[in-house]
Design a protein around this ligand. Sequence first.
Ligand code: FDA
Length: 302
Amino acid sequence: MLNKLIANILPYMPKKLVWVFSKRYIAGETIEEGLLASKLLNAKNIEVTVDLLGEFIETLEEAEQNKDYYIKIIDEFTSEGIKGSFSLKPTMFGLLIDAGACYNYVHEVVKHAAERNSFVRIDMEDSQCVDMEIEIFRKLRTKFPKNVGLVLQAYLKRTLADIKSLQDLNTDENPINFRLCKGIYIEPAKIAFKNYQEVREHFLEDLEYMLQNNMYAAIATHDKFLIENANKLLEKYKTPKNRYEFQMLYGVTPELRQSIVDQGHLMRVYVPFGKHWFGYSTRRLKENPKMANHIIKAIFIR
Ligand code: FDA
């Protein structure tokens, strides 16, 4: 109740106050701050996936600017030798304005990354975007099999079927690369599992299918139960190190993260940065009022 209330009033709170909470989860506003956070993580033997903040844009001009900025980010991060890759949200490239134009922009970004031997992950957004984002991935994966991956959300009832429908792209030489997460948007019960334990069960079912079928699984969660059970599946299928990794969000559960690194697994942290951090933070909080707990802590415990 209190969580929900705080989440709802957050967009109207002073920016400075929201920053008190957000600074733990966001690397900063500039490329330099993103680079610094990534270097510090690399020094701890952790790879990164770098994300420029910003979603649902209103004009294709913004999409073009975002494309140019991503290309600059790829140039700067690769020339600095950062161990990592890039994540992007297609709505930042105009998915909901003109899907064809969006594909062309994302294609340019992935091509640029491929020329630098790098990798771009297509984040999964809310359910109105899923078919279109899978389609963009399918087309790009055919052209750049080593350089593009997709996110799948275990809370969607369709996800196992989606994994199977993309299986034709999987090869031993270039395994298809999925990030599996629970899913962060609020979706109707008709299409999404709403029960916490049920989402966990489907997460493990999806993961097991990926491992059984030699796909590359990026296991993106801070949930200890899922991490323990993922480890059991990795042992069961004797999954080689080049077929999986763990992923976490910047600033979240650093001790758990370190314990996974210490066990010798590859860990990648999602590093968001950019001047649109305010919208990102407040939207995330509205989507997931449970996160308001963390604001209360951040405000009172400094
Ligand atoms: P859960 O929410 O149950 O959290 C488990 C525990 O982790 C909590 O009890 C708490 O201790 C801790 N925790 C979790 N979130 C925290 C926070 N913000 N602050 C402090 N502690 C926290 N979603 C999506 O829809 N599309 C996408 O493309 C992505 N991409 C993505 C990338 C990466 C690398 C990660 C880790 C996650 C995503 N997500 C995502 C978000 C994902 O769907 C999910 O909402 C969050 O990871 C939270 O789910 P958990 O599995 O961590 O479990």
